[in-house]
Design a binder for this molecule. Structure first.
Ligand code: FES
Length: 217
């Protein structure tokens, strides 16, 4: 049985509340210690931390996650970024100009279940689901979905930015060339039991993917 979590109890980010997420990400700044710093802050917002820590799947009601927003939930002690991508963001994932800048645009490395080794790295194109731990040294990347000429980096294209050493990922968690992080962000097992429900930590029916086989978390 999965744990149901209302979005009101989760840490959300997006245009309306990004400052909240930045605050937590900044507090967690600092390489490997970032994960240990962030988890207690998130766990305080979850209704059943002991069950979550044990690794059970986590349900998220998607009806309250607006396009352009991100929700951070906790699964197996790790932050998981759930992003409701706008139609424009979905289209951008296929842009050849973007793909040419990515280190692993086709998800060739085993950083995701086989059933999401696709162009959007998820079960549904409009919802991104990635483990929010930088594959360099374990910082928590920032959700910066909008292009910006100066912030958080010059000519910022939109996506995830790791402030520790400047690694960049697109909104599918695909890492850019020429940054310290070697791999795409991991994608956890997930599927949609209904049109409005996401379940993280459980494979779709007919899949037995083992998350422990992921190359690097
Ligand atoms: S931990 Fe070094 S760039 Fe992310």
């Amino acid at each position: 049985m999965a744990d149901s979590i209302s979005t009101a109890k989760l840490l959300t980010s997006g245009k309306a509340s990004r400052r909240d997420f930045l605050y937590v990400a900044t507090a967690a700044f600092g390489a490997v210690g970032a994960v240990a710093s962030l988890i207690p802050m998130i766990s305080q917002m979850n209704p059943d931390a002991s069950t979550l820590a044990a690794g059970g799947p986590v349900d998220l009601d998607l009806s309250k996650v607006a396009p352009g927003q991100q929700v951070v939930l906790r699964w197996r002690t790790r932050p998981v970024f759930v992003t409701h991508r706008t139609p424009q963001a979905v289209e951008k994932l296929k842009d050849p100009a973007l793909l040419s800048q990515l280190a692993d645009p086709q998800s060739s490395e085993l950083q995701q279940p086989d059933y999401v080794a696709n162009w959007h790295r998820s079960v549904k194109p409009e919802f991104g689901v990635v483990v929010g731990i930088c594959t360099h040294l374990g910082c928590i990347p920032l959700f910066e979905p909008d292009p910006n000429p100066t912030s958080p980096a010059p000519n910022w294209p939109g996506g995830y930015f790791c402030p520790c050493h400047g690694s960049k990922y697109d909104l599918a968690g695909r890492v850019y060339n020429g940054v310290p992080a070697p791999y795409n962000l991991p994608v956890p097992p997930h599927h949609f039991p209904s049109d409005t429900m996401l379940r993280v930590g459980e494979n779709p029916p007919n899949s037995d993917f083992d998350f422990a086989t992921i190359r690097q978390i």
